[in-house]
Design a protein. Sequence first.
Length: 322
Amino acid sequence: MTSAAIVAVDVGGTKIRAGSVIGGVLGHLLQVPTPARAGSSAILDSIAEVVRGVIRDTEEPLGAGKVHRWRVGVGSAGVIDPETGTVVSATDSLAGWAGTRVGDGLSDRLDLETRVVNDVHAHALGESIAGAARGTRSSLLVAAGTGIGGGFITEGRMLTGRNSAAGHIGHLPVAAAQGLPCPCGGEGHVEAIASGPAVLGAYRRHGGSAEVSSTRELAEAAHSGDVIADEVFAQAGAALGSVLGGVANVLSPDVIVIGGGLAGSGELWWRPVREAFDRELIPAVGGLALRQAQLGPDAALIGAASLWSDEMTRTLTGKETQ
């Protein structure tokens, strides 16, 4: 007997995570480090090896009586053209990743059909299907961590935009970041003040403890009464909330879901986010909910698997993935 199955993959700058999805159930998870400095061919080889491992771990317990018809769905770092599975552009966190034909490269290595989207877009799909935005007609997912990205979904369709670059919320300007350099090469963008590295940088610039080396430790310091830590979280949260209020006025989604490492910082971060967000909302979109993401890293895998659902592969260009 043969049944349909998907290997869902999340490709990031530090790790590659994959799992089987059969009948909508995620299982048989595997994770390996990303060979980020070794070039695109090595990265594709690692992805392919993880996919083979997931298939092996799924098939072997079943014996010879049942074989799955496997397909692959990938959420990857970088700006991804979902129609061709090609990396349109990427940061140097993955060496040589820009221009890589991820879909074709994996299909050649695995002899399996493959579909690919941006990793934050995959997170947005996952949260809309099974997470904090489940049951809504439109949602905006915001990932606030090492960077700040977003994915907007309406009526089951992902907004990809021109050059597949829609969702770069982190590169909207905000007054509080004026003059601060952004990783994109510009300045004054919200990512320059509200991302994890930006918050840590601000803490150190203002005389914070050199022993604090992560946003988790920074949150612990703030909860323990570190005034500088509390202030930089408040500044970062207010900057992000202000930008999200402006985005809400434009898109008016049913819900905005926030995930990423900073979303786990507690009320010292969420309170200024909500307060600044509410101040920016026009009356027509007042009452819009901000929710914390529910699925963690599994969201990207669920979203990547959903690329093989006809309803979730349509984009706002009106095209369908075949």
